[in-house]
Design a protein around this ligand. Structure first.
Ligand code: ATP
Ligand code: MG
Length: 420
């Protein structure tokens, strides 16, 4: 019996990985232009970190974590998200000695969810966090950066939803009002939400079961309970977004699935993904650094789901956006002399930045051309004995079947130009 991958854990094959690379490189470029630099954090953390940050009564901690005891008996967890690790590292390495840190990360996250289109058990996120700024402009700037990224990769038709979750001053009042409301519709809630009414009533607003969505339709809106500070902050975020030309839909039901959020939260959805329509989400988390033992530090961050972004690009067309794999040149030397001379020639082309595969297999030119085609080469570059003597080489465009002979010395430049 052959061994297959674990359900919900995917291979990303070369036929897709070039799209991933495009997305990642576009993100690095945009994020760098806003002054972000990369932080690499481990995929495994002490379980306690997630329990204390994400919250013990969230779906992620209650049902979705891959937690295990290692050989030593230490309780470890495969990270379900990246913010907790970034904050842990921020405190551990005293990054707070710098007034503001703008950090981005990427990598796999793990959640035990039901695998389906756009939802997997190992999935990849690109995330960004700004630690050390309380300014509402910073919320808007981070959202602008994300919107710019989506524009840059050619994804239109996305919707920004924003909300404010208040702070430790005003949220308790809202929670009490919500608990009162939920008690009244208790019978219509799912078992999970019913159980959590007292401990974590906000979860009912994030529940995906139709019963809970229906039952909470007329729940009190958090935006009506904000204290002056939170209302002012939210107002300024909205003004700042609109000054940046960004349209936002206010969605008072959007509470997010993680407990650490305060004030601004947001989600970006895209049509064309079915039920899994959230491509990125995030918000402010002003209490998390101090909750985890660091100095009080206001922060804002977000994460986007790579698989969903890649799916959207693939479904709405890669060609039109100029997303394609590297153009590979297949080098076909004919005869012993050409093979020998070819080694040095190809080395030079590679140093010049071309992607070159060599087809050493002997045999008829026709079968070697076929091989080049099956390997997905964009160009075949043929060097015969006579051509070698004359200092020439033949370039065949595999797409158009057009053929030209160029000087060996010009070949790298010609190929680079043709590959654009
Ligand atoms: P959803 O509401 O779809 O479950 P979420 O609120 O749990 O998303 P976050 O924890 O905020 O998502 O993560 C940010 C992004 O990561 C999501 O918007 C989504 O694009 C992606 N994501 C989350 N869970 C998964 C998953 N299991 N598989 C693939 N992508 C995911
Ligand atoms: Mg989720």
């Amino acid at each position: 019996m052959t061994i297959t991958a674990v359900r919900g854990f995917n291979d990303i094959l070369p036929g897709d990985s070039f799209v991933w690379k495009f997305v990642e490189q576009s993100a690095w470029r945009v994020f760098a232009s806003y002054g972000y630099s990369e932080i690499k954090v481990p995929v495994v953390e002490k379980t306690e970190l997630f329990m204390r940050s994400i919250g013990e009564t969230t779906d992620i901690v209650e049902k979705e974590m891959y937690s295990f005891a290692d050989r030593h008996g230490d309780g470890l967890t495969l990270r379900p998200e990246g913010t907790a690790s970034v904050v842990r590292a921020y405190i551990e390495h005293k990054l707070y000695t710098k007034p503001v840190n703008k950090l981005y990360y990427h990598g796999p996250m793990f959640r035990y969810e039901r695998p389906q289109k756009g939802r997997y058990r190992q999935f990849y996120q690109i995330g960004a966090e700004v630690l050390g700024s309380a300014h509402p402009h910073m919320d808007a700037e981070a959202i602008e950066m994300l919107v710019r990224f989506f524009t840059e990769i050619g994804l239109t038709g996305i919707t920004l939803h924003i909300n404010s979750l208040g702070c430790s001053e005003c949220r308790p009042g809202y929670k009490a009002a919500l608990i009162g409301f939920l008690e009244g519709v208790k019978d219509r809630l799912c078992e999970n939400c019913r159980r959590r009414i007292a401990a974590n009533p906000l979860r009912a607003l994030d529940c995906k079961s139709t019963g809970c969505i229906e039952a909470t339709r007329s729940a009190p809106a958090i935006t009506g309970s904000l204290c002056d500070g939170c209302a002012d902050h939210f107002g300024k975020v909205k003004v700042s977004l609109s000054a940046r030309g960004i349209v936002a839909v206010i969605n008072p039901r959007m509470v997010r699935g993680l407990d650490y959020y305060t004030k601004t939260t947001f989600e970006i959805t895209a049509s064309g993904l079915g039920a899994q329509n959230a491509v990125a989400a995030g918000g402010r988390y002003d209490g998390l650094v101090s909750d985890l033992g660091g100095p009080a530090t206001p922060c804002f961050g977000f994460a986007m789901g790579m698989e969903r972004v890649v799916l959207l690009l693939q479904e709405t067309g890669l060609e039109a956006r100029g997303i394609r794999p590297d153009a590979v040149c297949a080098f076909i030397p004919i005869g012993a002399q050409a093979i020998d001379a070819g080694t040095g020639i190809v080395k030079g082309w590679r140093q010049a930045g071309l992607s070159v595969i060599e087809i050493f297999d002997e045999g008829a030119l026709k079968s070697r051309m076929k091989m080049a085609d099956r390997l997905g080469a964009r160009f075949a570059v043929i060097l015969g004995e006579d051509e070698l003597k004359a200092g020439l080489v033949t370039i065949k465009d595999m797409k158009t079947a057009g053929q030209t002979q160029v000087r060996l010395a010009d070949a790298a430049a010609e190929l680079a130009k043709a590959a654009l």
